[in-house]
Design a protein around this ligand. Structure first.
Ligand code: ATR
Length: 270
């Protein structure tokens, strides 16, 4: 029930119409009895949106494409991980003082750790865009050895250098070199659901395979990995864990992760 004490949260992005964050966070608020409401704002002026957050005493926000970098200069503080990644996906207001965080990083680590320990593991990230960057910074400290696999050498080498990781052109990847393989590219996403970057025959059952694509939930990459006996982690897991960390930053309470996952899965099934 909304009343005069309801706290407002929102999503800043463009487009936002298909975002699953409002459903996930509103159900989390309802399940925990937290007096909050979360709305999606299609924003073309990120500086204006930040002014609005302060003026209206909005308690927190998620930030999505294309504003994850642009909002940074308008915040009062950036936490250390978000600063290193160079992108913010979460804003927390403490009485109008705004801090930027990046929960994509922990979201990926938490999703992976559900299925596998990371220490001393050899991990390959496919792709070198914004998602690869956030996940790479998380894995740099958690995993043993990191390789960036990318179609384009220049961007791949740049990210690898920043992460002090190895670079390998995607076409030169060989099986049996990595224990964990993570797709951070859009390959396999609806409507090109038949696309995959790693041949099925090169996947072996000792491997853990993760895809950040969540539409469809079971990408061809994950379906083939499962058929080969690999452990698989889907994009919904990562999305839910990044949202769970947002919930914890905003409310100070532990997140109802199962409620959040069910809300997202139900929305995707429609
Ligand atoms: P995001 O910021 O959401 O991670 P991005 O910056 O567009 O997305 O990054 C997309 C990544 O997916 C890039 O590494 C891109 O490879 P290039 O650097 O070679 O462009 C990779 N990618 C996209 N489509 C691809 C495809 N068909 N085959 C291989 N890699 C692809």
């Amino acid at each position: 029930m909304m009343d005069a004490n309801t706290s407002l949260f929102g999503l800043i992005g463009n487009p936002v119409a298909h975002s699953l964050s409002p459903i996930m966070h509103n159900q989390a608020f309802a399940a925990t009895g937290y007096n909050g409401v979360y709305l999606a704002f299609r924003v073309t002026d990120p500086a204006g949106a930040i002014t609005g957050i302060k003026a209206l005493n909005v308690k927190g926000a998620s930030v999505t494409l294309p504003h994850k970098v642009a909002v940074m200069e308008h915040l009062d503080e950036i936490d250390a991980i978000a600063a290193r990644i160079g992108a913010v996906n979460t804003i927390v207001s403490n009485d109008g003082k705004l801090t930027g965080h990046n929960t994509d990083c922990r979201g990926a680590i938490d999703a992976l750790q559900m299925k596998t320990p990371l220490e001393n593991k050899s991990v390959a990230i496919i792709g070198a865009g914004g998602a690869a960057r956030a996940i790479g910074f998380g894995l740099k400290s958690a995993a043993g050895h990191l390789t960036i696999l990318n179609r384009t050498r220049k961007t791949g080498e740049q990210l690898a250098a920043e992460l002090q990781a190895d670079f390998l052109p995607l076409n030169d990847w060989q099986p049996d070199r990595h224990e964990i393989l993570i797709n951070t590219t859009p390959v396999g996403m609806h409507p090109n659901t038949d696309a995959t970057l790693i041949a099925k025959k090169n996947l072996s059952k000792e491997m853990v395979v993760m895809d950040i694509v969540y539409n469809p939930i079971k990408t061809r990459f994950l379906r083939e990995a499962a058929a080969r006996g690999c452990q698989t982690i889907n994009g919904v897991d990562m999305f839910v864990f990044q949202g769970a960390q947002q919930f914890e930053l905003w409310t100070g309470q532990s997140a109802p992760v199962d409620v959040m996952r069910r809300a997202v899965l139900k929305a995707l099934a429609i």
